[in-house]
Design a protein around this ligand. Sequence first.
Ligand code: ZN
Ligand code: FE
Length: 259
Amino acid sequence: MQETSASIQITALPAFNDNYLWLIHAGKHALVVDPGDAAVVEQALEAGGYQLDGILLTHHHADHTGGALALQQHWHCPVYAPDNDHAAYRELNAFRVKEGDQITFSALPDLSCEVLSLPGHTLDHLAFYLNQQHLFSGDVMFGAGCGRLFEGTPPQMYASLQRIAALPSETLIYPAHEYTAHNIAFALTVEPENTTLQQRARNTALLREHQQPTLPTTLALEKATNPFLRCQSLAQQPAFYDWQPLDVFTELRARRNVF
Ligand code: ZN
Ligand code: FE
């Protein structure tokens, strides 16, 4: 659980095989990001004595949206979703949000949320940047990795990751899947000599042994260990010497697909 300055707390709710539904709560009020499974969220709300005041959806995949309708019907709370007419949003009574929008919640006055558009995994993919401190990155960025390109192109995904990389390095990042250990195993094939990565591999193994989340992560740690954020420096190394950073990214994403 992360504590923030305004006594906002953020809790990972494990769901399905490896998803995290992120619960943001302050006092008795809560928001949820990407509620793929309504029952998991209801259970956490009941355990904490929270009421649900809002739902944030990063993209249309079912493991991120599947529980949104049942939760909205129960709690009559606003849903904020990407601005397109995908079937996943059609039944919802959703506010459509896009790049640059600011979302506020009357029940959570200490909270401000900026919307970023980060296409690549899907074309509609958003991230939610809370209090200029916490980034809910859905399936764009994972611990030591990035999402698959289901709809977008490598240049789109690369640009989306570069936008994340431009945030302050102390930004906390909350991806929607626990893929860190496998991503680190892949990253070590790219940079076996990276000592920060080696240390992260040890820390991650220890956390997973104890069934603890490896997330949130920090942008500083990702910049030091996530190969998809390191394409510029990899382009200076012998294995990729004289490549363009985007070509390094495209090659790494292709390799990771079959790793
Ligand atoms: Zn997805
Ligand atoms: Fe997903």
